[in-house]
Design a binder for this molecule. Structure first.
Ligand code: ZN
Ligand code: ZN
Length: 322
């Protein structure tokens, strides 16, 4: 087993080159075959979009002002804490793997904790899960607004500013979540978690901690989401027979704590681990395992080995796509 894994590591460059070459062909054929979906209409007015872009620009200004005002070590420590608590646990484990895909179970109290931590990043569980389930359902079609199909800007920022879905459509995708009043509160009161947590951090550590420990974290989250949306449907490697352009991207993986195994994830969405093999960096999954050891979460789903090992070959891919 160990020898096999070592051999795989040494063969990685040629394996990746092979997968990427094959992927160019597969990607072209998938895109060419996607014709049957309607173009999504914008859900926000130009004025609402202007406000949203102004907020993003203002966040950058706040960070610069915070750095100019003098930064202390504790501000960077807060940034790391917010990154891990809100980014890795709140967004990755909470909004993505729990609320969107139900990859594990937990209590109603901790469900709300996950929802709150994720909502700090300027979204909420119902909006995120609704939009994300649409992404999986309509990957790489015109209904999938945050893939690279509509260009870099739309994929990176545009789909955050205006994802094109109405609240009714999003809520229809997440009927398992809309029955919880506390999740509906986060959904109906935009920025509730963001604003109150930001005010708390300012009260705790002053303006520099608010700017660097919190607002900079929000900007990092915005860009990490953009990087995953764009790069993980454009550059990287593939190994399974999926009906989309998803890729595994190591660089996205490193900065997102395991979300870059996006192709693995498209292949088997219900799994709490997106890194399928022991050597595939997935700290988000490790955090879920830790929560399971502490009995805070349970019934953690993972990809069955026989499914994981069903790697595609060229003939399978070609037959499936055509
Ligand atoms: Zn997903
Ligand atoms: Zn995707």
């Amino acid at each position: 087993m160990v020898c096999g894994n070592i051999r795989v590591v040494f063969q990685l460059p040629s394996i990746v080159r092979f997968l990427v070459d094959r992927n160019q062909n597969v990607r072209r054929r998938i895109i060419d075959s996607m014709k049957k979906y309607k173009v999504q209409k914008a859900a926000r007015t130009p004025f609402q979009k202007f406000i949203a872009y102004t907020v993003i620009a203002a966040l950058h200004v706040i960070v610069v002002l915070g750095i100019l005002s003098g930064v202390e070590a504790r501000d960077w420590i807060m940034l790391l804490a917010v990154y891990l608590a809100c980014g890795m646990v709140g967004v990755n484990a909470g909004l993505h793997r729990y609320f969107s895909h139900r990859a594990f179970r937990t209590s109603r109290v901790f469900q709300f904790v996950l929802g709150w931590l994720g909502a700090i990043t300027m979204t909420d569980p119902i909006s995120f899960a609704g939009k994300h389930r649409i992404h999986h359902r309509y990957s790489d079609t015109e209904r999938d607004v945050h893939g690279p199909r509509f260009g870099f800007w739309q994929s990176w920022f545009g789909s955050l500013v205006d994802h094109g879905y109405t609240k009714t459509e999003l809520q229809a995708r997440v009927k398992d979540l809309t029955g919880f009043p506390e999740l509906m509160l986060l959904h109906r009161v935009p920025l509730l978690a963001t604003a109150t947590t930001g005010a708390l951090i300012w009260w705790l550590g002053g303006f520099s901690m608010f700017a660097v420990g919190y607002v900079l974290a929000l900007l990092i989250f915005i860009n990490l989401a953009g990087a995953t949306n764009y790069f993980c449907h454009k550059y990287g490697s593939r190994r399974y027979n999926t009906d989309d352009t998803s890729t595994n991207n190591m660089w996205v993986n490193l900065i997102t704590m395991g979300e870059g195994w996006h192709h693995n994830h498209h292949y088997y969405q219900a799994s709490a681990n997106c890194g399928f093999f022991w050597y595939e960096w997935d700290p988000t999954y490790w955090s879920i395992r830790l929560l399971a050891i502490l009995h805070i979460v349970w019934d953690v789903k993972t990809v069955p080995l026989r499914v994981r090992d069903r790697l595609a070959d060229n003939a399978e891919l070609a037959a499936h796509i055509s």
